[in-house]
Design a binder for this molecule. Sequence first.
Ligand SMILES: [Zn+2]
Ligand SMILES: [Zn+2]
Length: 125
Amino acid sequence: MSQYGDPAGSGRCACGAVSFVTEGSPKFVANCHCGDCRKATGAAFSTWVGYRNDQVKWTGERTLYESSPGVCRGFCRACGNPLTYQGAKWPGEIHILIGAFDQPDAFTPKGDVFAGEALAWSKPD
Ligand SMILES: [Zn+2]
Ligand SMILES: [Zn+2]
């Protein structure tokens, strides 16, 4: 099943300087409760949609920040929106924040990671 060109498979930062389209289904959709994601996004937890690098085509340039060794977070320098996560532990993958998608409601998280770091009020069941 291809989502190429499908609204669910496209997205952008708030200002539009960085945009993307995806092809095919994501490898996973999951909530991450880790402290690093909390800092990077400012939100209590982050919902990530994971793809292989070759499934995502980017327009515009993400600015990359190495938030910890082997972890690269991408954001738009113009509007500041956090967009992506790439980690040495997941070679060849790129994880995109669900809020960047044009139709974020198209995805449903199927899991929670780093649940042990979750804030008390947002612990997954
Ligand atoms: Zn932007
Ligand atoms: Zn995380």
